[in-house]
Design a protein around this ligand. Structure first.
Ligand code: UD1
Length: 341
């Protein structure tokens, strides 16, 4: 069996950690990334952690001809598709960027997989597809809600493109992994999250505030209907999340002959509030995070966390790293990139 996996967007945050876990599990990887929101240094990080070589191709998956050359050059049975734009706010002001980039890159991938006789596709989806769910935790059968941003809409449409393509062509397997809130960094602190500009997401904002790069963390909203009034999310360690991709690849390459499409929630199954997370960060790392209460952020939901039973039963995967381990790694990574002791 061919043990090479194509990782689109593999220089990015989730992609680079997934490359490390795949290499550690004995796979070869080829990374295709246009470096539009990632840094080539992550490829060096992957090599240092694993001691393995990684093929890297700088290519835009929206450029079908250029992308096809990756298929000409490399044999692989499976692809994991991370390459996409991911800033919710920007997607509202620049919807066409999101529809073009996120839809076209997946369409090209599915099309080329068919053309070159490659079978397995893992798609990087998001818990955003559930919107504000009526019942918590959400299972994979919880109905999706109309998306509240173009970004969220592209995740729904991409899931549907994959589902319909698997059903129609009979030669593909598809798995959509619905990530909850990824956080942390590799324990080596050689790879981690590298947000450009002001971070949108909570954990990089916390670590940058602790490092003195930002003055003060705004906690968006303190009168949500939750025990402490701040929002609740399911924060999943980046290494655990990366390992879920290895489990998905193993399932698809494990001899299932008939073409199938499946969806799995990838979270911890536990809800943690914003305030609890900030307090845990301070406690674990012995640092202060300046913070204030700020108005609610448009589009935020009060609470969501995952039911991860299906991933446990079918993928044999569950989150293993503790919140302390994750927040320790997040802080060591931030200190390393800032040159702090
Ligand atoms: C967001 C996106 C989601 C996307 C995910 C990718 C929205 C509405 N959702 O999820 O579609 O898949 O990122 O990572 O943007 N918070 C603060 N202060 C901050 C930043 C965040 O209090 O400076 C709070 C937010 O209100 C939220 C929680 O922290 O309650 C997590 O926020 P964030 O990291 O942005 O993730 P989500 O909004 O859950």
């Amino acid at each position: 069996m061919n043990k090479r996996v194509l990782i689109t967007g593999g220089a990015g945050y989730i992609g680079s950690h997934t490359a490390v876990e795949l290499l550690g599990a004995g796979y070869d990887v080829v990374i295709a990334d246009n470096l539009s929101n990632s840094d080539i240094s992550s490829i060096e990080g992957i090599r240092s952690i694993t001691g393995r070589d990684v093929d890297f191709v700088e290519v835009d998956c929206c450029d079908r001809e250029a992308f096809a050359r990756v298929f000409e050059r490399y044999e692989f049975d499976s692809a994991i598709h991370f390459a996409a734009s991911k800033a919710v706010g920007e997607s509202v002001s620049e919807p066409l960027k999101y529809y073009r980039n996120n839809l076209l890159s997946l369409i090209n991938l599915v099309d080329l997989m068919r053309e070159y006789g490659r079978r397995n596709i893992v798609f990087s989806s998001s818990a955003t597809v559930y919107g504000e769910a009526e019942q918590l935790p959400v299972t994979e059968l919880t109905p999706r809600k109309s998306a509240t941003s173009p970004y969220g809409n592209t995740k729904q449409i991409c899931e549907d493109i994959l589902r319909d393509s698997v059903a129609a062509y009979g030669t593909l397997n598809g798995i959509s992994l619905r990530y909850f809130n990824p956080m942390g960094a590799h324990p080596s602190a050689l790879i981690g999250e590298l947000p450009r500009g002001v971070p949108n997401n909570l954990v990089p904002f916390i670590t940058q505030t602790a490092a003195g790069v930002r003055e003060c963390l705004s906690i968006f909203g303190d009168d949500y209907p939750t025990p402490d009034g701040s929002c609740i999310r399911d924060y999943i360690d980046i290494v655990d999340l990366a390992r879920a991709h290895v489990a998905a690849i193993e399932r698809m390459t494990g001899g299932r002959s008939k073409s199938s499409y499946e969806i799995f929630n990838i979270g911890t199954g536990r809800g943690v509030s914003v305030k609890e997370l900030v307090e845990a960060f301070e406690r674990v790392n012995g640092v202060k995070v300046n913070r204030r209460t700020a108005p609610k952020r448009a589009g935020d939901i009060a609470a969501i966390w995952a039911d991860t039973t299906l991933a446990g039963e079918e993928l044999g995967w569950k989150a293993e790293r503790s919140i302390e381990q994750t927040l320790d790694a997040a802080w060591r990574w931030e200190k390393r990139i800032r040159g702090l002791k």
